[in-house]
Design a protein around this ligand. Structure first.
Ligand code: PAF
Length: 279
């Protein structure tokens, strides 16, 4: 596996590959890789001749400097995992390589950045789009792979791709879960055994929503899931919403097309998200 830290050098290398018609798949990550990330590498390998993974803990998507400082960084073990997974190129830039001082960025995301995660983490999706656009410009991938766990992030990035008419295909890969159902997340390593058990309530709440879907109204589902979550110890719910899977607008009634149930909660100081497609 080749490792690049410079945008210019990586771009130049990829241009030579792309001119010999090799397709390139990009898996953007912030490192602390788990099986969820590795499933994206696998999907990228199936569809492309060259797979690029980026590891960059992007400061502009963190509103809390403490959260940024304590985000897990485990580059050495990440490199080993990527080698085993058969990744061809790792892009591992420093912050100064990706950002100049006083850089400004704003994209109108059609309100998608003002709801759900956007309400709790103001500016988060501006930061995400800012870095993902730079990664797309550097790598010029044919396909880029993101996990369904960050469902809203996928919709936000799709909106950016649409607005800029970027010549690439986005692929959303299924959520990978621990055997007990907890969605894999780089933040799971911070959960104590008890907190891990308490965190299972997120997936259980979503499973309850799915099991009620054919027999109950949206309002009934929401009521029952909220009641269930209220009785679960250790978790502080931030939101549980049932939304249109394309617009992410909350729905009050069932309608044709897919819906998605999204949940965010804190277990102690650890914030987790999860979701499930309904219908
Ligand atoms: O999902 C993530 O890990 C990050 O938000 C991403 C897409 C790599 C951008 O920093």
């Amino acid at each position: 596996m080749k490792i690049y830290t410079s945008r210019a050098v990586l771009s130049k290398f990829l241009l030579t590959q792309q001119s010999s018609k090799k397709s390139v798949g990009l898996v953007p990550t912030m490192g602390a890789l788990h099986k969820g990330h590795l499933s994206l590498i696998k999907a990228a390998k199936l569809k492309n001749e060259l797979v690029v993974c980026s590891i960059f803990v992007n400061p502009t998507q963190f509103s809390d400097p403490v959260d940024l400082a304590k985000y897990p960084r485990q580059v050495e073990s990440d490199i080993e995992k990527l080698k085993v997974a058969g990744c061809d190129i790792l892009f591992l830039p420093e912050v100064s390589e990706m950002y100049s001082k006083d850089e400004k960025w704003h994209i109108d995301l059609n309100g998608l950045d003002q709801i759900l995660e956007g309400l709790v983490r103001p500016g988060h999706y501006q930061g995400v789009t800012q870095i993902v656009k730079k990664l797309f410009d550097t790598v010029k991938p044919d396909t880029a792979f993101f996990g369904q766990k960050d469902y809203q992030q996928y919709m936000v990035i799709s909106e950016m791709v649409r607005q800029y008419s970027l010549p690439l295909q986005l692929i959303m890969c299924p959520i990978i879960r621990e055997e007990d159902g907890l969605a894999m997340s780089s933040r799971n390593i911070y959960l104590s055994e008890d907190q891990h058990r308490e965190a299972l309530a997120l997936n259980k709440g979503l499973q309850l929503a799915a099991s009620l879907f054919s027999s109950s109204s949206i309002l009934e589902i929401k009521k029952k899931v909220l009641q269930f979550l209220k009785n679960e110890p250790g978790i502080t719910l931030e939101y549980f919403e049932i939304c249109d899977s394309k617009t992410l607008k909350t729905v009050e009634e069932k309608k044709p097309g897919n819906l998605v149930a999204l949940i965010a909660a804190r277990i102690g100081s650890i914030r987790l998200i999860d979701n499930i497609l309904l219908g």
